[in-house]
Design a protein around this ligand. Structure first.
Ligand SMILES: *[C@@H]1O[C@H](CO)[C@@H](O)[C@H](O)[C@H]1NC(C)=O
Length: 165
């Protein structure tokens, strides 16, 4: 009995720390705008959870600590992917739970190799774990940015952690 209680303590702590949605619709769509992240810049939200999936808005290379864009190039692209990962992490899923990535860039020739490099950094060098990706060159992004990445994650149970079953 005592053993079971001690085992449950860390799980309890994690579920209490889990990010709460800002809104949940009657059908069960939860909307999230985490207070410790940069705010959405318009009439949209940073992520939503519905059923077993987590949808993250297009992320750009904005530093959440200062709410400013990082320098053009690798630092900014890396930050865009890290922002997506950070949001997923707030509800307990990680990059390996990503089911689909869509990347928009204003210069395929210049920035696609940087996206590839960042994805190898973040996912690791085992090609078996890379999610399917679509990458598209577009005419313009918000604030004349260079890359925006949008991710969908499998999240059947929010707050999933190592050892949680
Ligand atoms: C909802 O969103 C705001 C940001 O717009 C945030 O500061 C706040 O903590 C959120 N509320 C909840 C309940 O998560």
């Amino acid at each position: 009995m005592r053993f079971h209680f001690l085992f449950l303590l860390p799980l309890l702590g994690q579920s209490l720390a889990l990010l709460q949605p800002n809104y949940t619709s009657s059908a069960g769509v939860s909307i999230y705008n985490p207070g410790n992240f940069f705010p959405a810049t318009g009439p949209w939200s940073l992520m939503s959870h519905a059923g077993e999936n987590l949808y993250i808005a297009g992320m750009r290379g904005i530093d959440p600590a200062t709410n400013t864009l990082l320098p053009v190039g690798l630092p900014r692209i890396r930050q865009a992917f890290k922002n997506m990962a950070a949001l997923a992490g707030m509800v307990g899923v990680d990059l390996k739970d990503c089911v689909r990535v869509v990347v928009y860039t204003t210069d395929m020739f210049r920035y696609r190799p940087m996206c590839n490099q960042v994805q190898i950094e973040l996912w690791g060098d085992d090609p078996n774990t890379y999610p399917p990706r679509t990458i598209i060159e577009v005419g313009r992004l918000n604030e004349d940015d260079i890359v925006e990445v949008e991710g969908t994650f499998y999240a059947p149970r929010l707050g999933k952690r190592e050892g949680y079953c």
